[in-house]
Ligand binder design. Structure first.
Ligand code: NAD
Ligand code: UDP
Length: 322
């Protein structure tokens, strides 16, 4: 029997990291999860603890990272991802994108591992063109509130590309657009859990601004498939992975109201500073290079996600501590 490939997944207890752990376990890898639980939850991976091909380290990757034994792949997904999280912990966000990435690149180099980093559509900032192709350099305010996340991710891409170019390290960069699904935190402040949580509690849905800003929501299983293919491709330049089905936040709120059968209204609250007005991935590259495109429609994905949130203990649904 061939020896299992060993993969380190940082941010393993988070939303995306936990789904990645599941996928690589399913593909019979030896998965080493790492997380400091700053925004994650061990319940997302507790079902893996009994497996002999899963290990977990509670560690802050912004500090020196040591993993015994061979490593073939590293997926760096550790980072606060929701605007309310990274506004609450801005310095940790900058550190995990910069120092954390540097530590992991060093580890990848020492182990001769291939490293994939989780970048984001936020590298495009408040984009002047729509949809956004990978060639677009973005429109980011470095000193605005979102700058701590956007610039950490831009630096993360730059240092990863430098390790690729100067050290010949095998690297992959995925630019992830808004993704949703089970295991998002109901109180993480992102629009989908915010709206569903409000609908479940019988509260009005808080639309920021006039709701004319757009987003394009990708179901988590589609994203994971795209990442899996990118990791195994030979393409080192950034690749957008997201669902191009674009919708305004007002229409999205109306969809959630319909889905949840609530009588609630949308109320308008102030638009956060530098909130991008439009966002939609150009996925030409993902289609051509990875043969990937999303398969799950928003209506299907939202139904599954709603069922997940509905099944949470009432205590959790009613707990709104941001
Ligand atoms: P999440 O908050 O659910 O997960 C992030 C995980 O990283 C958490 O478990 C957290 O505890 C851990 N973490 C944070 N700092 C750490 C540190 N210093 N050391 C160790 N662990 C640390 O967020 P998510 O939505 O799963 O996002 C995962 C990654 O994907 C992030 O890098 C994020 O920037 C990127 N991303 C996500 C989306 C999305 O729509 N979900 C979009 C673009 C990019
Ligand atoms: N938003 C909203 N109400 C909320 C939370 C978010 O109208 O309760 C808006 C937010 O202003 C943004 C969009 O929904 O325009 C997506 O926000 P999210 O935080 O989910 O992700 P972003 O794409 O901004 O990182």
């Amino acid at each position: 029997m061939a020896e299992r490939k060993r993969i380190l997944i940082t941010g393993a207890a988070g939303f995306l990291g936990s789904h990645l752990c599941d996928r690589f376990i399913k593909e019979d890898y030896h998965v080493i999860g790492m997380d400091n639980l700053i925004t994650g939850d061990l319940r997302n991976i507790e079902h893996l603890f009994r497996l002999e091909n899963f290990e977990f380290y509670n560690h802050d990757v912004s500090k020196f990272v040591h993993v015994p034994g061979d490593l073939h792949y590293i997926l760096h997904f550790a980072s606060p991802a929701s605007p309310i999280d990274y506004l609450k912990i801005p310095i940790q966000t900058l550190k995990v994108g910069s120092l954390g990435t540097h530590n992991l690149l060093g580890l990848a180099r020492a182990k001769k591992a291939r490293m994939l980093i989780a970048s984001t559509s936020e590298v495009y900032g408040d984009p002047n063109i729509n949809p956004q192709p990978e060639e677009y350099w973005g429109n980011v305010n470095p000193v605005g509130p979102r700058g701590v996340y956007d610039e950490a991710k831009r630096f993360q891409e730059a240092i990863t590309m430098a390790y690729h170019t100067f050290h010949g390290l095998e690297t992959r960069i995925v630019r992830i657009f808004n993704t949703y699904g089970p295991r998002m935190r109901l109180n993480d402040g992102r629009v989908l859990p915010a709206f569903i949580g409000q609908a479940l509690r019988g509260e009005p849905l808080t639309m920021f601004g006039d709701g004319s800003q757009t987003r394009s929501f990708c179901y988590v299983d589609d994203l994971i498939e795209g990442i899996y293919r990118l990791l195994h491709s030979d393409y080192a330049q950034p690749v957008n992975i997201g669902n191009p089905d674009e919708i305004t936040i007002r229409e999205f709120g109306e969809e959630i109201i319909k889905l949840t059968g609530t009588n609630q209204q949308l109320i308008s609250l102030p638009l956060p500073t530098d909130d991008p007005k439009q966002r939609r991935p150009d996925i030409t590259k993902a289609k051509a290079i990875l043969g990937w495109e999303p398969k799950v429609s928003r209506s299907e994905g939202l139904k599954i996600t709603y069922e997940y949130f509905k099944s949470l203990p009432e205590k959790e649904i009613n707990h709104k501590d941001f």
